[in-house]
Write a protein that binds this ligand. Structure first.
Ligand code: PLP
Length: 430
């Protein structure tokens, strides 16, 4: 891999390691797609090797090739995708999952036990909020939702039982940026006085950005979790998730994946690897260029109140975004997500957002009203009513989710067509 490391990231995301020690193939230009739920074991020794090596790098290194025994433990196509994502995120090891939520839930369970605490930013994807507020407490793991950009709040929230600080940056849906270096500094001070097993881990969801736009590990995160269903997969045909973790967490992560069962399908891993990752840079460049045009257009329209887009100078977190969101070439990469509020007082804005979104649903051609994001097709939704409806109204308000808020995920259509449909629907709100 050493020579390959000297090639650019976008080339590596296409070619991977060119050939893999995960299994023997030499003459395929595209890695063959394997599909076998179970694997032939030549002897009891091989069977045993498979069971003791699937979650142990140390044991695996003693073997010429990995010994696969059963899909849920490990499988060649998934292993190759894990290696590519580890490379893209700049981490030590990747663990793939059937969807983003499986990567998040498994990671949080691997890092905590009953009595421990998670401190999370108050603005999060609805299902992650629901995991922390509804399900984890059943197992004695409480989550405190705070403003992570307020370091005094963070310091006050961390107790002896805290094991995880969790953030999305940019946050879904408001695109608020968390200053990861600042959070890291606080955690370094906390961890300096703790035993390794009691340390606090900084876990960052990189779904909105993708490793093309930002690599949280470079800014102090310990672990990256993300949905591959979104812009990494890119075409909206497969679900997937990934956790990029320090190598020492691999034994627990893979054991827990095996036992909870949130595994990725090999066909999905193959699509994400061959079509998704290989075109991520190309898509992101086009989508970001369009996103800036769209954000500027929205800012200029009288029916629009605030526009949240990291590329706009008016965006309150523009400066942190410029520092943190950089593509692998070092260029500012503000991403493909926009959040905006319809103009007027809360009630007027709420009414207008419904008129606007319904008009898009009924009459737009280039913009589709649908949840999810990061596809080649432009998608639009109203988070308060849809993706974040798991948050009660008062929590939505604390999270900065405006009743007249709309989330836009920019695709690869011609920008003029997107502006045309947006103008048509906004004019209908006048
Ligand atoms: C920020 C964020 N994290 C995680 C997820 C969950 O991903 P998946 O739908 O692949 O489980 C989503 C889904 O929209 C998301 O927006």
């Amino acid at each position: 891999m050493d020579k390959e490391k000297t090639y650019k990231m976008e080339t590596r995301m296409m070619h991977g390691e060119s050939r893999s020690d995960k299994w023997d193939y030499v003459h395929h230009v595209i890695p063959p797609l394997t599909k076998s739920t179970t694997f032939k074991l030549d002897s009891t020794v091989r069977g045993h090797e498979g069971f003791v090596s699937f979650n142990s790098e140390e044991v695996a290194q003693g073997l010429k090739h990995p010994v696969y025994v059963y899909d849920r433990l490990g499988e060649p196509t998934i292993d190759m995708l894990e290696d590519m994502m580890r490379d893209a995120e700049g981490g030590e090891a990747g663990v793939a999952f059937g969807c983003g939520m499986a990567s998040i839930s498994t990671t949080l369970l691997a890092l905590t036990r009953a009595g421990n605490k998670v401190v999370a930013h108050r603005t999060l994807y609805g299902c992650t909020f629901s995991l922390g507020s509804k399900w984890l407490p059943r197992y004695g793991i409480d989550t405190q939702f705070i403003d992570l950009n307020d370091l005094d709040q963070l310091k006050a929230a961390i107790t002896d039982e805290t094991r995880v600080v969790y953030a999305e940056t940019p946050a879904n849906p408001t695109l608020e940026i968390i200053d990861l270096k600042a959070v890291r500094n606080v955690l370094d001070q906390v961890n300096a006085n703790r035993k390794e097993e009691d340390r606090v881990w900084l876990v960052v969801d990189n779904t909105f950005a993708t490793p093309w736009v930002q690599r949280p590990l470079e800014h102090g995160a310990d672990i990256v979790v993300e949905s591959l269903t979104k812009n990494v997969g890119g075409f909206g045909v497969d679900m997937g998730g990934m956790a990029v973790v320090p190598a020492k967490l691999i034994p627990d992560m893979k054991l827990l994946r095996k036992d909870l069962g949130g595994v990725l399908a090999p066909t999905s891993a193959w699509n994400i690897m061959v079509f998704g990752l290989g075109t991520l840079a190309l898509r992101a460049r086009r989508q970001q260029e369009t996103a800036l045009k769209v954000a500027k257009f929205l800012e200029s329209h009288p029916m629009v109140g605030r526009v949240h887009y990291p590329g706009l100078e008016s965006f309150p977190y523009h400066e942190v975004a410029r520092r943190q969101m950089r593509d692998p070439e070092g260029k500012f990469a503000p991403g493909i997500m926009i959040y905006f509020e319809l103009a007027g007082d809360l009630q007027t804005a709420r009414k207008r957002s419904q008129t606007f979104v319904d008009k898009i649903a009924a009459d737009a051609y280039s913009i589709t009203m649908a949840v999810s994001l990061g596809m080649t097709k432009t998608l639009l939704e109203a988070p308060g009513l849809m993706t974040h409806s798991a948050l009660p109204p008062e929590e939505q308000s604390k999270a900065g989710i405006h009743p007249g808020g709309v989330r836009l995920s920019i695709g690869i259509e011609h920008p003029d067509d997107l502006l045309r449909d947006l103008k048509m629907a906004l004019d209908a709100c006048m």
